[in-house]
Design a protein around this ligand. Structure first.
Ligand code: SF4
Length: 737
């Protein structure tokens, strides 16, 4: 390397929540190569195809390099001073006229920890509004509320080692082969070494994951709720549960059953739990017989019974994995609760190879949005704005008056853009995300952003996007190794990197941009640091100390490939709540859900019913539409679309359809069809024999294609507890185009 003039630095991958380690080769101030880091425990030298092309994502020919300000229909170049003066004046004007809740920040699970922390500190501790949300609300908010309601602490008890140590894997709504390929390959490696390993893929379409699984279980969309209750039903009926574990570690609760789908313009965090007993829970499960659930889900009753027995088999180490199929669900919190129920009934939790494991979409959805707490209702370390003690603690660390932090959560992501549409929010700043491609029922929010009447939209990004085209000011951002950062991945691993190259032109980090606005609004005192990242980290980690979420000093992360919190006395934690692994569990305590003090340190088994989706296929709109990702592209394709190799590999969105449906409609492979929902329509070629196969009556379209905004068709209904919308289910009709 020295001879070729390349120097190598370490960083986590810029893309998914797996958090692979990469080595970044730099020559003459430019990234010339990346490779999997052999010293990285997550990926052991491997990357997926997106990771291998990381060196190209920053070098698209249309990189934004100067601030741009809207003048009529044109965007004209401006200096940073002009742009920031305008932004500050818009904030000041809106706050003076309409109060602090008229300004908002919409951020991202791709923010570094510093960027998210600074934004939260400025908005909650400086401006005095909880109008801050991450795009992670569209991605894993249901996992958060699932964890919080069951364990009173966010994020998983297990870790990626479970992929090597288990022997039975249940995948729910997770196309891991395309969306978490490195983790999938770890599980497949395990199977190559251990013939006992079985992978069961529950899905609504046959994917590359299904092809590699030992068993593919197709179910009708939304009936995952019923299936998990049927599995619990059989486990209790056939006395397969772990009685002692339940006695020692579990309480039972029932929530309020009908609390809407978030379709009204009214937001609430709602759940009204009531303690129940084992008998009441058993009675609740009574209707979920294998036969009843077979009739609604399409999964044979014998298969349900067989899989319940597999879950409960004492000789098997069972891990469940899921991502957006569970989380992007109008009952996302419930379905997360239901998979925990099965693990809690069988005692298969907090042990090597035996855990429920939520996989994350974005590189720092955990580190930045969940741990830092950049949701409207959250503060760092699982604290919430509604709790006066939590507000007091945050105010003390931030050096602000406790009254400054509002006790009222405001809007979830969807509601934030509804408020912009209504005109209740006047100024919104979007950083590191692309809402005007990624929101559901998209036309409504795209129209709302350009209604005028005092509305002002700022977008920070590295390329022009479907969001920058609606902006009043566009700010050019530095990305990934053009700045210093920390990400937290899905297994609680905190990973740090240093700046390795300069950003092009006048692009600057989002952290700098936020602190500059703070200075101009008179909140510069919130950021008094000389060594910004190191000092900010040391301040941030005081939130976590002693809270079961301890982080190491900054210098530790600079020299390691990341550590999984809680990190106590320099030692990371692989399995939480478990004696011998978790420093918070004393000798002799075995397993202790120590964060759930009100329930005597026990976890909660929730009685959560099956409910049909808010919109189901009917005569007029007879197909289910599911949206999602493909291997080659990251989210809305703004980075991967600039990499020629990735673009060539998957150039444009297609409509995956079952050949029998195509025959019925009289369309051939690659012929165009018009897909319409009650909210919009697009024209796409049909794909009948691609890498995945839609089931009859279902279609799938990826959402990366900025030329085909499939999200215009999606329904903006959301889980009323988590606020996460359902991008996986709505009703559409299909006609020959
Ligand atoms: Fe990057 Fe995810 Fe691929 Fe790993 S699996 S290289 S983190 S995109």
């Amino acid at each position: 390397a020295a001879e070729s003039g390349i120097t190598w630095g370490k960083a986590p991958c810029r893309f998914c929540g797996t958090g692979c380690g990469v080595l970044v080769g730099v020559k003459n101030g430019r990234i010339v190569a990346t490779k999997g880091d052999p010293a990285a425990p997550v990926n052991r030298g491997l990357n997926c195809i997106k990771g291998y092309f990381l060196s190209k994502v920053l070098y698209g020919t249309d990189r934004l390099t100067k601030p741009l300000i809207r003048k009529g229909n044109r965007m004209v170049e401006a200096s940073w001073d002009e742009a920031m003066t305008l932004i500050a004046s818009k904030f000041q004007e809106a706050i003076a006229k309409h109060g602090p809740d008229s300004v908002a920040m919409y951020g991202s699970g791709q923010w570094t920890v510093f960027e998210g922390y600074a934004a939260s500190k400025l908005f909650k501790g400086g401006i005095g509004t909880n109008n801050i949300e991450p795009n992670a609300r569209l991605c894993m908010a249901s996992a958060v509320t699932g964890f919080m309601s069951t364990f009173a602490s966010d994020e998983p008890m297990g870790c990626y080692d479970d992929l090597d140590l288990g022997d039975t894997y249940f995948l729910w709504g997770a196309n891991m082969a395309e969306c978490h390929p490195i983790l999938f390959s770890r599980m497949i490696d395990n199977r190559l070494k251990n013939p006992k390993v079985r992978i069961i893929d529950f899905g609504t379409r046959h994917t590359r994951t299904s092809q590699m699984a030992d068993q593919y279980v197709r179910f009708t969309p939304q009936t995952d709720l019923a299936l998990l209750n049927a599995i619990a039903h059989v486990i209790i009926r056939d006395k397969l549960y772990d009685e002692q574990f339940i006695k020692d570690h579990v309480v039972f609760k029932r929530g309020k059953e009908q609390i809407g789908y978030g379709l009204e313009d009214k937001f609430k965090f709602a759940d009204e739990p009531k303690l129940i007993g084992f008998d009441e829970y058993t009675a609740f499960l009574k209707p979920y017989t294998p036969e009843y659930v077979a009739a609604i889900s399409g999964v044979p009753a014998t298969t349900i019974v067989e899989l319940a027995h597999l879950y409960a088999d004492r000789k098997r180490k069972v891990t469940s994995l899921w991502t957006m199929g569970f989380n992007q669900h109008t009952r996302g919190t419930w379905v997360n609760n239901l998979v925990y129920n099965v693990h809690l009934l069988t005692g298969k939790i907090c042990k090597p190879g035996e855990n429920p494991m939520s996989l994350t979409g974005q590189p720092s959805a955990c580190g930045t949005t969940r741990e830092v707490g950049t949701f409207t209702h959250r503060l760092p370390a699982d604290m919430v704005v509604t709790n006066p003690e939590h507000r007091a603690k945050a105010a003390k660390i931030w050096g602000v008056d406790p009254k400054k932090i509002s006790a009222k959560p405001t809007y979830n992501a969807t509601e934030m853009f509804r408020a912009l549409d209504r005109g209740d929010i006047k100024v919104v700043w979007v950083q590191v995300t692309n809402p005007f491609q990624s929101l559901p029922n998209l036309s409504r929010y795209r129209t709302g952003a350009r209604k005028g009447d005092g509305r002002f939209v700022i977008v920070s990004d590295i390329y022009p996007t479907r969001s920058t085209e609606l902006a009043d000011v566009i700010l050019p951002s530095a990305s990934w190794v053009e700045k210093e950062g920390v990400f937290g991945n899905a297994e609680r691993r905190t990973q740090q990197w240093f700046k390795l190259v300069d950003a092009p032109g006048e692009a600057r980090s989002d952290l700098w941009q936020t602190m500059e606005l703070a200075r101009r609004l008179g909140h510069g005192n919130l950021f008094p640091y000389k060594e910004v990242e190191r000092e900010m980290w040391e301040e941030y980690r005081t939130f976590n100390e002693g809270q079961g979420k301890d982080l190491a000093p900054y210098a530790t992360y600079a020299t390691t490939r990341g550590l999984r919190w809680p990190v106590v006395n320099g030692k990371e934690t692989l399995w939480r709540y478990a004696e011998g692994h978790d420093p918070y569990v004393k000798q002799g305590e075995g397993i202790k859900f120590y964060k759930n003090k009100p329930d005597h340190y026990k976890a909660v088994i929730w009685a959560r019913p099956y409910e049909p989706a808010p919109e189901v296929p009917d005569k007029q709109y007879p197909f289910w539409l599911c949206t999602g990702r493909v291997l080659e592209h990251w989210h809305t394709g703004t980075m991967t679309g600039r990499v020629p190799e990735l673009k060539r590999a998957y150039p444009a969105a297609v409509c995956e359809m079952h050949p029998d449906d195509a025959k019925r409609l009289g369309v051939q492979n690659l012929q165009k069809v018009k897909i319409s929902s009650r909210r919009g329509s697009i024209v796409l070629p049909v794909e009948l024999h691609g890498r995945s196969r839609a089931e009859k009556g279902n279609i799938f379209v990826a959402f990366f294609d900025e030329g085909k905004l499939i999200n215009e068709l999606c329904i903006d209904a959301y889980c009323p507890i988590s606020g996460e919308p359902d991008f996986k289910k709505c009703a559409v009709k299909i006609e020959k185009a």
